[in-house]
Ligand binder design. Structure first.
Ligand code: IPM
Ligand code: MG
Length: 357
């Protein structure tokens, strides 16, 4: 049965990095005779400019129909001052929430070839393989009430951090199950010493642990986790946490791997339908200059093959091609180290395609 992939390039470097992943998609489609159709739509600032809405109804409808979505990045200074509900970020959040994409998988894996590009010593990061499981449709990102109001003659900003038991359970289940097929260690990150919402989080995860006797469960406060990630990151296997802590810790973990330009992600619903996007942002400062690293997006395509299309073989082939390119010494500027050859976005995409055939 033919599978449909919706491509949402977005803003900033989004279009140029997605273009590289599309080249790779084309290459694997031929190599593996995949029955795949693609469609495209606007999202983020590009959609706002064209239609006055960062997530037009037509884009959402296509997203609902698709088997999987490949997403670039959204946002930029151009749209920072517009009405809050129309900002590009809101489009992405609405897309995640409308599609029920509650499980965000962010693997931070260090390619041995990039050990020198990491800001940490090679021995601290070599062999690093962490999976951050971030809750993506709840918590303070979506909690009500929220806003900025006038109180006693000044403005007061407020948000609400809220998780229902069922929301904690379903994300914890995903994390436990992934831990079972990896290193069998799960660390749940919270701030249970201060925030009631995460006190409940810890209680539920503790309760569930007895259903997964093969998984070794631990708990850590988020401040300590942030510190441990740069002190001794290899102590972690799977980390599970809420929306905001996951946002922060995944950027930190990304940097351990040499560059945030290397970190892919999958955002899955209950049925493993998913949206796949690099963890990094739209980097407007380098957009259109052919210098952005497309590898996070290309590896997001690999995750798409693995999780939504059930093609582990194709996913493996893409990841191997990326590794071979790194082995051959090609680097985009963000991961460049001495003795390597600097290439642009487009050339990096071509190199991955070449290694595939
Ligand atoms: C991410 C991004 C988004 C988030 C922004 C662009 C809304 O930082 O995917 O990590 O905060 O979730
Ligand atoms: Mg982020």
């Amino acid at each position: 049965m033919s599978k449909n992939i919706l491509i949402l390039p977005g803003d900033g470097i989004g279009p140029e990095i997605v273009e590289q992943a599309v080249k790779v998609l084309e290459a694997v489609r031929q190599k593996f005779s995949l029955d795949i159709t693609t469609d495209r739509a606007l999202v983020g600032g590009a959609a706002y400019d064209a239609e006055g809405d960062p997530l037009p109804e037509s884009t959402l409808e296509k997203a609902r129909q698709a088997d999987a979505i490949l997403f670039g990045s959204i946002g930029g200074p151009k749209w920072d001052a517009i009405e809050r509900d129309k900002r590009p970020e809101r489009g992405l959040l609405r897309l995640r929430s409308s599609l029920g994409l509650f499980a965000n998988l962010r693997p931070a894996i260090l390619f041995p070839q990039l050990a020198d590009a990491s800001s940490l010593k090679p021995e601290v990061v070599s062999g690093l393989d962490i999976l951050i499981v971030r809750e993506l449709t709840g918590g303070i990102y979506f909690g009500e009430p929220r806003g900025i109001r006038e109180e006693n003659g000044e403005r007061v900003g407020f948000n609400t951090d809220v998780y229902a038991e069922s929301e904690i359970r379903r994300i914890a289940r995903v994390a436990f199950e992934l831990a079972q097929v990896r290193g069998k260690r799960l660390c749940s990150i919270d701030k249970a010493n201060v925030l009631e919402v995460t006190e409940l989080w810890r209680e539920i995860v503790t309760e569930m642990a007895s259903d997964y006797p093969d998984v070794d469960v631990s708990h850590m406060y988020v401040d300590n986790a942030a510190m441990q990630l740069v002190r001794a990151p290899k102590q972690f296997d799977v980390m599970v946490t809420g929306n905001l802590f996951g946002d922060i810790l995944s950027d930190e973990a990304a940097m351990l791997t040499g560059s945030i330009g290397m970190l892919p992600s999958a955002s899955l619903d209950e049925n493993r339908k998913g949206l796949y996007e690099p963890c990094h942002g739209s980097a407007p400062d380098i957009a259109g200059q052919d210098i952005a690293n497309p590898l996070a997006t290309i590896m997001s395509l690999a995750m798409l093959m693995r999780y939504s299309l059930n093609r582990v073989d194709v996913a493996d082939a893409i990841e191997l091609a990326v590794e071979k390119v790194l082995e051959s010494g090609l680097r985009t500027a963000d991961i460049l180290t001495e003795g390597c050859e600097k290439v642009g976005t487009d050339a990096m995409g071509d190199a991955v395609v070449r290694m595939l055939s």
